[in-house]
Design a protein around this ligand. Structure first.
Ligand code: C5P
Length: 239
């Protein structure tokens, strides 16, 4: 599909209009960012790896009955998606303790979380993406009251599907962030699922295979993403 005007450039993706008012092109760039954009770097191959990774997982989720915006690959680092009206809310699901949960509540990293923890955050860089609850969402109109349960239910469904997919590749799905939007009134999973937005630990060694390698200056960031792709049999460099 042909790209038209640039609508929005985020920290790692650029969004373009297309000839179809209901479709967008997402371009996955090589830019990496962390800590609300204060740490930035370009990492060779990242755009292509994340685009193909996301396409594979979104197709897998759709096949498992998780409604999402992905339509097709549009070249190595681009995908065509449905044009959603995005909700300014981030949904985080946690199967193991890590990151902000440990800092906030003093929980030991790596602790198994059963049942998994679900959290809402406001998508707002200037405010540092603060944690919010359902009452904030409804009162401030960040989503409709009747969209809250579906966001939680779809997030749980994603967890059921992806914990199994990663476990089969000897990878622990520690936590991840999802975003949702409306397409002609229907709530769909949007944004991306890639190692930029989740924590993935090697099931045996516990080694990080995700953006924590970038956040913590561990090196080998894209090599780790490619290793995850290889284990999931995601084709890189074709289609
Ligand atoms: O930082 P925190 O521990 O709350 O992150 C939980 C999960 O959500 C991590 O996998 C992180 O990569 C992801 N996340 C994200 N974008 C954000 C906040 C968190 O992808 N703005």
């Amino acid at each position: 599909m042909e790209k038209r005007e640039e609508l929005y450039a985020g920290k790692a993706k650029t969004v373009y209009a297309t000839e179809d008012p209901d479709r967008l092109v997402l371009q996955f760039r090589d830019d990496a960012s962390a800590f609300d954009g204060t740490k930035r770097e370009a990492l060779a191959r990242k755009g292509e790896v994340n685009n193909r990774f996301n396409a594979h997982l979104m197709r897998h989720l759709a096949a498992a009955g998780v409604p999402n915006h992905f339509e097709s690959l549009n070249g190595a680092d681009e995908s065509v998606v449905k044009r959603l009206e995005m909700l300014p809310v981030e949904c985080v699901v946690r199967n193991r303790a890590a990151g902000s949960l440990c800092r906030r509540l003093g929980i030991a990293p790596g602790r198994e979380l059963d049942p998994p923890i679900f959290e809402f955050f406001l998508k707002d860089d200037e405010l540092g993406d603060p944690m919010i609850n359902e009452s904030h969402i409804v009162t401030f109109g960040w989503a409709e009251a009747d969209e809250i349960e579906p966001m939680k239910a779809i997030s749980r469904q994603v967890n059921d599907v992806l914990t199994g997919l990663f476990a089969d590749a000897s990878i622990t799905l520690v936590d991840y962030k999802l975003e949702f939007g409306r397409f002609h009134g229907e709530l769909l999973l949007g944004d991306e699922f890639s190692p930029d937005g989740c924590r993935l630990w090697d099931a045996r060694s516990g080694e990080s295979l995700d953006k924590d390698r970038f956040r913590q200056d561990l090196g080998g960031v894209i090599e780790a993403y490619e290793e995850v792709a290889r284990r999931l049999a995601i084709p890189l460099g074709e289609e």
